[in-house]
Design a protein around this ligand. Structure first.
Ligand code: FES
Ligand SMILES: [Fe+2]
Length: 403
């Protein structure tokens, strides 16, 4: 077993003795939350927002069917006819590229009698998408072009094409927007929801290639996963391996107050998360020497996070599957020149990040089990939960206005 695998760390059990920084962190934040009355801290979202079917339905309308939603990497639909079907809270969307190389997206439903058009998660079609029911065919622009055994003039093909959906690309990441209104442009939307993401543009993430992907169904509301990503108060307790290579995280903070670029130094001696990836020498464009040995994190509302290191990027995508379940899809991106080298081995990095992810999923599921308690009405925000507060405020604003 590698050093990285030594800790399938479990959260501390009730009554365990917690030493050092972990103990200090707990002492600083200890308050009788079950009463929610002895603290001046601001209130977090109401508990029922994390499990109520009604809130989930409201989020569909205000967030998932209204905002730009991250759906995966553009290189998965690089060529004409390549397609993917993606799920957005139960809506299946077909994303493809037409003969001119332009991105196209449609509701994945046939105009004849409503059959799901493509069931495959991904593939390549030569010229058309053919419905498996009565063989109506649509070209790569969504136009209805073949209707077998339907006589001339029986139906107006020109109005029966696939229903289009907005699709756009930022830094090699694909986003779709299901609103029937006029959304703000994608980049502006990213700018509104994330203070860091646009600063990553100088690292040319569109040049990266996905080398490995993972998928995990987590029994937790999607917001619990975002909130967990947003803070590091839990890091000294939940991630012993991570705080060993990122000392700043041992303080419970996600950033180093001595730096203005948002980066935190790693102690790996290399350019990624894993101590075993020391040999890597391909560095992302736009990195200083210090940045090449640092990691950076960013969230894009509602369902994306980006962890950027000197030589690679790890991207998370959240796909809600109901109020209390979320599928987490992770993509591990590397530089082409790195991939081409003989000793390229992404495994230590993937292993390390997945170890940290499993630790996160476990505590998120623990929160999901807790928030339904009659003894819990809402959380609170200590100072180091500022980013959680920022997410909640953005969420509240979007839910209130759809802005
Ligand atoms: S439902 Fe698609 S061709 Fe009939
Ligand atoms: Fe974590």
């Amino acid at each position: 077993m590698s050093q990285l695998n030594r800790g399938q760390t479990q959260p501390p059990k009730c009554g365990s003795v917690i030493r050092g920084a972990s103990a200090r962190t707990l002492e600083q934040t200890e308050s009788p939350l079950s009463t929610n009355v002895t603290t001046n801290a601001r209130h977090a979202l109401p508990a029922e927002y994390y499990y109520s079917e009604e809130q989930y339905q409201a989020e569909k309308e205000a967030i998932w069917f209204e905002q730009w939603v991250y759906v995966g990497r553009a290189e998965t639909v690089a060529l004409p006819g390549q397609f993917r079907t993606v799920d957005i809270v139960g809506e299946s969307i077909l994303v493809t590229r037409n003969d001119a190389g332009e991105l196209r997206a449609f509701y994945n439903v046939c105009s004849h009698r409503g059959s799901r058009l493509c069931e495959e998660p991904a593939g390549t079609t030569k010229e058309v998408f053919q419905c498996p029911y009565h063989a109506w065919c649509y070209n790569l622009n969504g136009d209805l072009v073949v209707t077998p055994r339907v006589g001339d003039g029986e139906v107006d093909r020109s109005v029966l094409g696939l229903k289009p959906v907005r699709v756009d690309e930022w830094q090699g990441f694909l986003f779709v927007n299901l609103t029937s209104g006029s959304p703000v442009p994608l980049r502006e939307s990213i700018d509104r929801s994330s203070v860091e993401a646009l600063t990553f543009e100088r690292h040319e993430m569109d040049k990266l290639i996905t080398v490995q992907s993972t998928e995990t169904l987590v029994a937790a509301n999607w917001k619990i996963l975002v909130e967990n990503y947003a803070e590091c108060l839990h890091c000294p307790i939940v991630h012993p391996e991570l705080v060993e290579i990122v000392p700043t995280f041992r303080t419970g903070s996600t950033s180093d107050s001595n730096r203005v670029d948002g980066g935190v130094l790693t102690t790996t001696g290399g350019t990624s998360y894993s101590p075993e990836s020391k040999g890597r020498n391909a560095i992302l464009p736009g990195m200083t020497e210090e940045q090449a040995h640092s990691i950076f994190g960013s969230r894009v509302f509602p369902n994306m996070w980006i962890d950027l290191a000197g030589s690679n990027v790890v991207v998370g995508r959240l796909v809600p599957e109901g109020p209390t379940q979320t599928r987490v899809l992770m993509d591990y991106l590397f530089l082409v020149e790195d991939i081409a080298s003989d000793d390229f081995d992404p495994e230590p990095i993937v292993e390390f990040v997945e170890l940290v992810n499993r630790q996160d999923y476990a505590v998120c599921e623990r929160v999901q089990r807790g928030v339904t308690s009659r003894g819990f009405k809402h959380g609170v925000y200590p100072a180091l939960d500022e980013s959680v507060h920022g997410f909640n405020e953005h969420y509240r604003k979007v839910m209130a206005s759809g802005a």
